[in-house]
Design a binder for this molecule. Structure first.
Ligand SMILES: NC(=O)c1ccc[n+]([C@@H]2O[C@H](COP(=O)([O-])OP(=O)(O)OC[C@H]3O[C@@H](n4cnc5c(N)ncnc54)[C@H](O)[C@@H]3O)[C@@H](O)[C@H]2O)c1
Length: 402
């Protein structure tokens, strides 16, 4: 029976264990806290029961999955095909937790990290097993989110990566292969979706409801950028932005938003504090952040460009004309910024176009991958948009790779 060892039974480790046992694997779960372990096993049981109630799995399959889940100690890892660490996001703690396990794990076992922001290459080198260390970056909640980014560290052997890809695929996941770079694919390419929306607000272009509505109705995004950042939490979202921006050498494109960082310092973290861009305390959210009074440039050239871009980008040709020029312009700026970030990610060697498309659809539910969207809009129109937006922007953020 194929077996995975999982270190850390928190949000991610317990979710990954559920994914593995639901796909017929055995999972050995380990945590320093017995309380966390007990809770993880109880929660996995409840989630399996819910899956049975909702007819997503049979009662027999749920019962046998439960029997393949073991609360374990490190001495039980000798039969593992793959080991995944999902403990605190601290490289020193990860290294000292993994080192003693290497004595017990089989020599051929894959060593995978679920880290979101640390260097997988550094981890592999520091534990002295760089050729068999890779990233397997699941998204939260792991049983629901379809994507796994399989991360190639500097020295990871191809055979290890191929096995990690086939394991994640056999667990029902969509896989995007990527290099060991800050933010991998999703946490990098998604940044402009949030950042450019805040810039539209800071430029006085439109209010949060208008911008969220534009992204949902023209683009088919499930949530607008302000609803989404309120949902994620501005503390979490700005920390990821800052980390990715710093690690990529502070490019203009990824520069944190002062408005969003002010929300964090004011304690307006989003839904979890009932207040962020929106006030969530009532029956329906009310936008409390207002656009600046500056008024963004609305040249005829920009308005006509936005109209053409929205018509080309939408799946529903009726919709753009029902939205005003400021909404169309917001949509143009935000989507063009995302498409440009995807192009930069390819340029920087993060991943292939196809993997980026898979990652953005399966990891953050984008209706289309950035490169599919670029093709649907027309490369010439996207290039023209970036040239015109570059002329009006006060920095280099719309400049495409050469
Ligand atoms: N939460 C997310 O949205 C998310 C998404 C993707 C990746 N990640 C990454 O996954 C990892 C885990 O995140 P999480 O949200 O599950 O954290 P968590 O705090 O929910 O769980 C971490 C668990 O690790 C345990 N632990 C800590 N040190 C340990 C040790 N030495 N040995 C055994 N267990 C130990 C803790 O007791 C805790 O139960 C981090 O690297 C994080 O960056 C998190």
């Amino acid at each position: 029976m194929p077996t995975v060892g999982i270190l850390g039974a928190g949000a991610m480790g317990s979710g990954i264990a559920q994914v593995a046992i639901s796909a017929g694997w055995s999972a050995r779960l380990i945590d320093v806290s017995t309380e966390t372990m007990d809770k993880a096993i109880e929660d996995i049981g409840k989630r399996l029961d819910r899956n049975v109630e909702k007819e997503r799995m049979s009662a027999e399959d749920a019962a046998s999955a439960r029997q393949r889940l073991y609360a374990s100690s490190i001495n039980d890892l000798a039969d593992c095909d793959v080991f995944i660490e999902a403990i605190v996001e601290d490289i020193d703690i990860k290294v000292s937790a993994i080192l003693p396990l290497l004595e017990i794990l089989p020599d051929e076992a894959i060593i995978a990290s679920n880290t979101s922001s640390l260097s997988v290459s550094e981890l592999g080198e520091r534990i002295g097993a760089p050729e068999r260390t890779c990233g397997m970056h699941f998204f939260n909640p792991a049983p629901i989110m379809k994507l796994v980014e399989v991360v190639r560290a500097k020295q990871t052997e191809q055979a290890i990566l191929d096995r990690a890809v086939s394991i994640a695929t056999s667990w029902g996941k969509k896989v995007a292969r990527c290099a060991d770079t800050p933010g991998f694919i999703v946490n990098r390419v998604a940044r402009p979706y949030y950042l450019e929306a805040f810039r539209c607000l800071e430029d006085g272009l439109a209010d949060p409801v208008a911008i969220d509505t534009a992204m949902k109705t023209i683009g088919g995004f499930r949530m607008g950028p302000f609803e989404l950042t309120d949902f994620i939490g501005h503390d979490v979202n700005t920390a990821t932005t800052r980390s990715v921006w710093e690690q990529w050498g502070r490019p203009d494109r990824l520069m944190p938003s002062q408005t969003q960082e002010r929300l964090v310092s004011d304690g307006h973290l989003g839904r979890k504090t009932s207040c962020g861009v929106y006030d969530w305390s009532g029956d329906s959210p009310i936008a409390i952040l207002r656009p600046s009074q500056d008024g963004a440039p609305h040249t005829n050239e920009l308005i006509q460009l936005a109209d053409r871009f929205c018509q080309a980008a939408t799946d529903n040709a009726d919709i753009p004309s029902k939205l005003n020029a400021a909404q169309q312009l917001s949509f143009l700026r935000i989507l063009a910024a995302v498409l440009n970030e995807a192009a930069w990610a390819v340029e920087d060697g993060v991943a292939e176009k196809l993997d980026i498309d898979v990652a953005m659809k399966a990891g953050v539910n984008y209706p289309h991958g950035p490169f599919e969207w670029r093709e649907a809009i027309g490369s010439d129109l996207v290039d023209e948009a970036l040239v015109i937006l570059s002329k009006t922007a006060e920095n280099d953020r719309f400049v495409p790779p050469a």
